[in-house]
Design a protein around this ligand. Structure first.
Ligand SMILES: Nc1ncnc2c1ncn2[C@@H]1O[C@H](COP(=O)(O)OP(=O)(O)OP(=O)(O)O)[C@@H](O)[C@H]1O
Length: 130
């Protein structure tokens, strides 16, 4: 196991360097989520379809704002769910009722965001078509 201070000792000294390094960590996390989580790839595919649909229907700027926020919320929840799953697996690799509850609640957060995003998509669609 690599001690945490070894990593921080190699940190860039400048403020901008540290911010860029943090940005890189976040991008690495997103890449890891997409590479390891089939649900994340499905959410990305759905977001792509929604963007294509919005483009085809020429939805207005306000609708774009809501649609982008809804898609972003789902992907952000999936990222938090992935982090919770990882932490649970490291802290407790065996079966545990507490882990089951924690993972189920985290998965529930994704489901809530996905349902809300689907409702937003339907409302935008019916508003634009109507
Ligand atoms: N250590 C554990 N103890 C008890 N239940 C667990 C444990 N690990 C997983 N589970 C149960 O299995 C479900 C799926 O957990 P898993 O870590 O396999 O996530 P997953 O397959 O990526 O699912 P998703 O991302 O859809 O939530 C959890 O929601 C939980 O109910």
């Amino acid at each position: 196991m690599i001690p945490l201070d070894r990593e921080t000792a190699a940190a860039p000294a400048s403020y901008l360097g540290r911010r860029l390094r943090s940005f890189g960590h976040a991008l690495h996390g997103i890449g890891h989520m997409v590479a390891t989580q089939p649900h994340a790839r499905l959410h990305l595919l759905a977001a792509g379809l929604v963007v294509a649909g919005g483009w085809a229907l020429s939805i207005d700027a306000t609708d774009w704002m809501v649609v982008v926020l809804a898609c972003g919320l789902v992907l952000a929840m999936e990222a938090v769910n992935t982090a919770v799953e990882h932490l649970c697996d490291v802290v407790c690799p065996t079966w545990s009722e507490d882990v089951r509850r924690a993972k189920d609640v985290a998965a529930g957060a994704v489901l809530i965001a996905a349902i809300a995003a689907a409702v937003v998509g339907l409302l935008v669609l019916t508003k634009t078509a109507g």
